[in-house]
Design a protein around this ligand. Structure first.
Ligand code: PMP
Length: 289
């Protein structure tokens, strides 16, 4: 991904894409002192970018460092990056990491670097996955408890669990992994939150061991507008047998239909389609007829 034309915003100015490098002794690389965000761009306009940059600051605080740019400065840098790159339907990746001033595990004395990259990226899964659905495999890897890791931060270090789970799922021919939490409740996929539709109502795991996604919150409010009942609660894996529909939500995934979990299949359902259409209306600002 590093061999491209274009520019990346790095520590306050633009550098050529290929020159946006960091030192090999960076704390962020050795000890996971890093955070990131993902923002989607629709028709040239970012969706809920301020919420994403506010979460960026929260994630940094959870890791005991401070992002040296305000939300407004980051938002302006993102707009400039989108313009430079000519993004229409794409994705923005802000990232911050501790630098290489010292080699101790301690974060003390490290500078914090920030970059913002953007690229054209209409769909996260290839082919017709958006309409056909993706297949999930329950992972042996679990989301840790909040006293083991900063589970509400979009921390790079936590994505090791996601990479292990995702690689394992892909090796078995699935598109993504479904993770349980440390207690055995359903948690989320590797980059998206989980919803079950049971008897026409939404059931979604309580966000106490994973990100309370901005897309999750958007979909919950759309469901309320559409008169769909919502239950945020601890959900057991066995309840997947009662679900008529399953879908995921995330900035990159959007409202992503799930066609199977392990060997159980799900059809394209009315509730998922309704919410997916409503999500398109808000993200693309489609005029309501
Ligand atoms: N969980 C994980 C692990 C994620 O990476 C993401 C994507 N940021 C989400 C959930 C969904 O969050 P959001 O809707 O804010 O993108």
């Amino acid at each position: 991904f590093d061999d491209r034309d274009g520019v990346i915003w790095l520590d306050g100015g633009f550098v050529p894409w290929r020159d946006a490098r960091l030192h090999v002794l960076s704390h962020g690389m050795h000890y996971g002192g890093g955070i990131f965000e993902g923002i989607r761009v629709y028709d040239g306009r970012p969706f809920k970018s301020v919420e994403h940059f506010e979460r960026f600051h929260v994630s940094a605080r959870e890791l005991n460092f401070r992002v040296p740019f305000t939300v407004a400065q980051l938002d302006a840098a993102m707009h400039e990056t989108i313009e430079h790159q000519g993004i229409v339907d794409g994705y923005v990746r802000p990232v911050a990491w501790r630098g290489s001033e010292q080699i101790s595990v301690s974060g003390a004395g490290t500078s914090v670097h920030v970059a913002v990259a953007a690229w054209e990226w209409p769909h996260v899964f290839s082919g017709d996955a958006h309409s056909r659905g993706i297949r999930l495999r329950t992972s042996r890897w679990r989301r840790p408890s909040p006293d083991t890791a900063p589970v509400r931060a979009k921390a790079a270090s936590l994505y090791n669990i996601c990479t292990l789970a995702r690689d394992e799922a892909e090796a078995h021919g699935y598109d993504d992994a479904l993770l349980l939490d440390h207690r055995g409740f359903l948690a989320e996929a590797t980059g998206a939150n989980l919803f079950l539709v049971i008897d026409g109502a939404l059931h979604t795991p309580t966000a106490d061991t994973f990100l309370d996604g901005i897309t999750r919150q958007t979909v919950l409010s759309l469901a309320q507008d559409l008169g769909i009942a919502v239950h945020e609660r601890h959900v057991l894996p066995g309840e997947l047998a009662r679900a008529d529909e399953v879908f995921l939500t995330g900035t990159a995934y959007e409202v992503q239909l799930v066609s199977a979990v392990d060997d159980r299949s799900y059809a394209v359902g009315g509730v998922t389609s309704k919410l997916s259409e409503a999500y398109t209306v808000v993200t693309r600002r489609v005029p309501v007829p």
